[in-house]
Ligand binder design. Structure first.
Ligand code: DQA
Length: 147
């Protein structure tokens, strides 16, 4: 079974209580459970991680490249300014999908730029926890298309 890393950046461990009017009431544990269920249906093993630390996140991206694992990433605020994360993601060796719970394009102007999008296969944003499920389906299709 292919393992998919679902990587989450800063403050996403606070989902459930973090600005629920924007991010909803689901916790990251709820999202993980839904992704594991869907992953089992799609034949994908889900390994979901979260960190507030840029270096740790980049380390996981290196691990994914070395292990040739597909990645779904919500880089959170790093989306908008972390060239280091972008450069790490550019070394990818498997499908990469960027996700956001909210729709950054409809929010403050500093959220309109993503330094990550250009190195991803695609971006899914604005569907709450559903963004992760759509991203898993996208990864399954990308894997199928490549085999
Ligand atoms: C986010 C959007 C980012 O702008 C923000 O910094 C986040 C969450 C989202 O999932 O909607 O932390 O990535």
């Amino acid at each position: 079974m292919t393992t998919v890393l679902i990587l989450n950046g800063p403050n996403l461990g606070r989902l459930g209580s973090r600005e629920p009017e924007i991010y909803g009431s689901a916790t990251l544990a709820d999202i993980e459970a839904a992704c594991k269920d869907l992953g089992a249906q799609l034949g994908l093993q889900v390994d979901l991680r979260q960190t507030d630390d840029e270096a740790e996140l980049i380390g996981w991206v290196h691990e994914a490249a070395d292990r040739r694992l597909p990645v779904i990433i919500n880089p959170a605020a790093f989306t908008h300014y972390s060239y280091a994360l972008r450069d790490a993601l550019a070394m990818r060796t498997a499908p990469l999908v960027e996700v956001h719970l909210s729709n950054p394009a409809a929010r403050e102007s500093f959220r309109h730029a993503s330094v990550v999008s250009a190195v991803a296969d695609g971006t899914i944003a604005g569907f709450g926890p559903g963004s992760y499920e759509l991203a898993l389906r996208a990864v399954a299709r990308l894997i199928e298309a490549a085999t």
